[in-house]
Ligand binder design. Structure first.
Ligand SMILES: [Zn+2]
Ligand SMILES: [Zn+2]
Length: 425
């Protein structure tokens, strides 16, 4: 099967034709044969998400690997991760292999399982990290995401354990002793709204400790969803010291802020919480100077029962795979702050590198044909029905600038104007 994309712009601003053959990119340049007219579209390395909750096994009413990867394809993603906070927790070779197999049954996106750092996410005993790495799932990134690896000695031991195979510990930075009952960003607004505050120091103290441990051990640390200006500062400092740190920001922390909590709509309840406008500006600054390496959706589907209730009782989390690229485009490219090359690094290349995914992150002759075609002139309506099993999107009142038009994985379209439903039949 061969496909030629005609007159498409690539991230360096050049207009080219791209021919794919047998799932790989065969030619880039001026190609005489006819093909699909892609004028007005930007071809980018297929998007890679370092932070996805697919909810299977255990929470299939919120999402499954199949529905989640289909949602990913709609958002331009060709590779996603599967966070370990499932039921059972993905803390053994057998479970990460099960998730891997579920991923292989979907052609929408590659699924890289992430293993739990501690047994049952209990925070007291390390899981068999090497065992998960040596399994068929080849796990390289480990995280207790949803919870923090809080114990100093255990965090250090985890970093040391993954060093021999160049693994990564991805930390959800949240000191649980500082966030008991916390509901929203701590400050004047949380007092005004009568909701328990979530201080920035709860996040920053863990990032600081982990950065020091990364320096001490020489191991790789990934900081999940940075949300505060102070956190960006610490990572900037640690990178200067030579720490092997990568960091991600979510679309919602870039675009939204705590003012939205005023209406007590639980769709805006998320962990870590929406912060201030100043924090959002510092996060963008961090992306622009390379302190923050990548976008992580933290796509966190929840069924209506868990979200359509009182603020205090609602679950933390928002979906984000379908809207992530439009949000990043709006904040980064449409605003004039950054260019397409940076956009591509943030949404694909840097995540592929961190995850160690060989076939992703670049449009190059000889590489697999994993590409996303983005239309910067169209809009994404935030209230467009989701193909996720959940609908907890915070963008429902918004119109976002730019949208994913087509997604190609291994030379096949998984989305062509709309996500292809019959794709797995
Ligand atoms: Zn988290
Ligand atoms: Zn998460």
């Amino acid at each position: 099967m061969a496909i030629t994309l005609k007159n498409v712009m690539i991230s360096n601003g050049k207009r080219v034709d791209i021919r794919t053959e047998n799932g790989a990119i065969a030619e880039i340049g001026s190609i005489s044969e006819k093909g699909i007219d892609c004028s007005g579209l930007v071809a980018l390395a297929g998007f890679v998400d370092p932070h996805t909750h697919l909810r299977q096994p255990g929470f299939e009413s919120s999402e499954t690997v199949m529905s989640g990867t289909r949602t990913a394809a709609k958002g331009g993603y060709v590779a996603v991760t599967a966070m370990a906070n499932t039921n059972p927790v993905a803390d053994t070779a057998a479970i990460v292999e099960e998730v891997m197999a579920l991923g292989e049954a979907s052609r929408y996106a590659f699924v890289q399982p992430i293993g739990a750092v501690t047994k049952g996410l209990g925070g007291s005993q390390l899981s068999d990290l090497a065992g998960m790495h040596n399994s068929n799932a080849q796990v390289r990134v480990f995280s207790d995401d949803g919870l923090c690896v809080f114990d100093d000695d255990l965090m250090k031991e985890a970093l040391e354990k993954v060093l021999p195979f160049d693994g990564v510990i991805a930390q959800h930075a949240q000191d649980p002793t500082k966030t008991v009952g916390s509901q929203m960003n701590d400050g004047a607004l949380s007092v005004e709204l009568g909701l328990t505050g979530w201080p920035t120091v709860a996040e920053e103290s863990i990032i600081k400790r982990d950065a020091e441990l990364a320096l001490e051990t020489g191991s790789r640390l990934h900081v999940c969803h940075v949300t505060t200006g102070g956190g960006v500062e610490i990572i900037r400092w640690a990178k200067k010291q030579g720490a092997r740190i990568t960091a991600e920001v979510t679309p919602h922390h870039l675009l939204l802020n705590q003012e939205l909590v005023r209406g007590y709509d639980p769709v805006y309840k998320v962990n870590p919480p929406l912060r201030t406008e100043g924090d959002a500006a510092a996060l963008l600054e961090g992306l622009l100077d390379g302190t923050i390496d990548m976008l992580g959706t933290d796509h966190a589907p929840h069924s209506a029962e868990k979200k359509d209730c009182e603020w205090e009782n609602a679950a933390f989390g928002m979906i984000g795979l379908e809207s992530a690229a439009s949000v990043l485009h709006q904040v980064l490219v449409a605003s004039g702050a950054g260019d397409w090359e940076l956009f591509e690094k943030i949404i694909s290349t840097n995540a592929a590198k961190m995850l160690g995914l060989q076939n992703y992150g670049a449009i190059k002759v000889g590489e697999r044909a994993n590409m996303t075609l983005f239309n910067p002139d169209e809009h994404l309506q935030g209230n467009e029905p989701s193909v996720s099993k959940s609908s907890n999107s915070p963008y429902f009142p918004l119109t976002l600038k730019g949208r994913v038009q087509h997604t190609m994985r291994d030379g096949y379209f998984t989305m062509f104007d709309q996500v292809l439903e019959e794709f797995n039949d």
